[in-house]
Design a protein. Structure first.
Length: 133
């Protein structure tokens, strides 16, 4: 349960970056799908660093370049899901792109937790400081 709470806190930080940048880009005239893809990608880097540090019990012996490459691969799928849901909500159903972005984020949340847990956790976890939730 504590891990899920940490995941949600880190996700909240990432969502704030994602949604804030999306809003800014959309407000200055960037198309909603392009704004969403850009903001999602930026928040991906922050989420990776925070997830490794605070959420998952990672094995420090793993090749971080290889791990990050796999992480990006998993997030290409998440970006596809995010974009598809936003497209369906905004372009097909006529919802506001802002509401569509929130719906997309909520749907992708479950996929993100499962995929990141499987990727970042390894056998023989390192000791975790309980100072962060």
């Amino acid at each position: 349960m504590a891990q899920l709470v940490r995941f949600l806190v880190v996700g909240g930080v990432s969502f704030t970056i994602d949604y804030g940048l999306f809003t800014l880009l959309y407000a200055v005239g960037v198309a909603h799908l392009a704004a969403s893809a850009t903001s999602f990608t930026v928040s991906l880097f922050v989420n990776y660093a925070l997830s490794r540090k605070y959420v998952f019990d990672v094995n420090e012996d793993v090749n971080i370049v290889r791990e990050f490459t796999a992480y990006v691969g998993l997030n290409v799928i998440a970006l596809g899901l995010n974009t598809a849901v936003l497209y369906i909500c905004a372009d097909i159903m006529g919802m506001s792109p802002f509401l569509g972005k929130i719906a997309a984020t909520a749907i992708v949340l479950v996929y993100n937790f499962i995929s990141r847990k499987l990727l970042l956790e390894r056998i023989g976890p390192r000791p975790r400081s309980e100072n962060f939730i």
